[in-house]
Design a protein around this ligand. Structure first.
Ligand code: 2P0
Length: 330
């Protein structure tokens, strides 16, 4: 038996990937940029085991047995077995996969990004495969390719139909902007109502706004975002992060039937961030929302205590506990 365990972090996009031009190879309609978070905070942990005694391939996700016939999973496995070829006898053995997330799964918190990046890293170790594995992670889940590298990462959409130029590059390592912090505000742990892949397909088929976004907005925004990251220009970074999140959700709303991910708490958080930035007469906090109502905030370390105080005031985390406690008083 051969066993490998890997850990992979989530990434949170500041210029969003939304829309595919090829659904099998998972090729996007625009470039995207994300930050890969610290491994321990929010990650997937995956163990892969290969044994000549296993009768069939199996997968467990958070302790629950899942369908191994998932086409994306099969694509990843097939690619590894092809690459392993004759160089490894393990390539002929059946495998068991156990994967866990230390955060809510499928709640719009990039669980599939961490999950597939982790699976691919573990399989690469198991089969002793070297070289770029981001393209294999990509066929598992588009955003997973960005979790293969640390720091700020750009996924270049490419233009070739075989996807060979749809590649990732590190803009800067995490050490370049060590003051950067991320707060993840879990508004709802539940699974998203419309999976990203279905939402993206609907957008591509029905939205007019997506055409404007991919042609006239994202190319310029990606350049500005890259420069802002390199120059550590938080104000520009924050402005484009918020505008891009808003536009992604606008194209979701422009899809038909509309794809709605945010809820009233999400909108209240957006208001709060803008009110706070106005009150301090600066742009100190940026929000971004993925395919769910949960907010990710980007801010610099020096501004964390004050903004957490503001959040605690308007969204007291212990509200229910306090109410219960007060009820218990004589
Ligand atoms: C992103 N999201 O750039 C965007 C922003 C969600 C909103 O990538 O179909 O799970 O597996 O390629 O990667 C989520 O989509 O979709 C996503 P598939 P994925 O992070």
């Amino acid at each position: 038996m051969s066993t490998v365990t890997c850990v992979a972090p989530v990434n949170i996009a500041v210029v969003k990937y939304w829309g595919k031009r090829d659904e099998t190879l998972i090729l996007p309609v625009n470039d995207s940029i994300s930050a890969t978070l610290d491994t321990e905070q929010q990650c997937a942990k995956t163990t892969v085991m290969a044994s000549p005694n296993f009768k069939e391939d199996c997968i467990w996700l958070n302790g629950q047995k899942e369908d191994i016939r998932n086409p994306r999973l099969q694509n990843c496995l097939a690619e590894f077995r092809k690459r392993a070829g004759n160089i490894s006898h393990i390539g002929q053995w059946k495998i068991h996969i156990c994967s866990e997330n230390n955060f809510p799964t499928a709640a719009g918190l990039a669980s599939s990004a961490a999950g597939y990046a982790c699976l691919v890293a573990a399989l690469a170790k198991l089969y002793n495969i070297e070289g770029d594995i981001s393209s294999i992670a990509r066929v598992g889940s588009g955003s997973a390719c960005r979790s293969v590298l640390g720091g700020f990462v750009k996924w270049c959409m490419g233009s070739l139909s075989d996807g060979t130029d749809s590649i990732i590059k590190q803009i800067v390592p995490a050490t370049h902007w060590p003051e950067m912090r991320v707060l993840i505000l879990v508004v709802d742990k539940g699974k998203k109502k419309v999976p990203s892949s279905i939402g993206m397909k609907r957008t591509m088929e029905t939205s007019d706004l997506i055409k404007h976004r991919i042609k006239h907005v994202v190319p310029d925004r990606v350049n500005k975002m890259e420069q802002a990251i390199i120059k550590k220009d938080f104000k520009t970074f924050a402005e484009h992060t918020m505008k891009d999140s808003n536009q992604m959700h606008a194209v979701c709303l422009d899809s038909y039937p509309p794809v709605i991910y945010m809820n009233e708490i999400s909108y209240a958080l957006i208001d709060l961030v803008h009110l706070y930035n106005e009150a301090v007469n600066d742009t100190k906090v940026a929000y971004t929302f993925d395919a769910g109502p949960n907010a990710t905030l980007y801010l610099l370390e020096e501004n964390v205590p004050e903004f957490v105080g503001v959040l605690d005031y308007f969204f007291p985390p212990l509200e229910n506990t306090l109410v219960e406690y007060r009820k218990g008083l004589p």
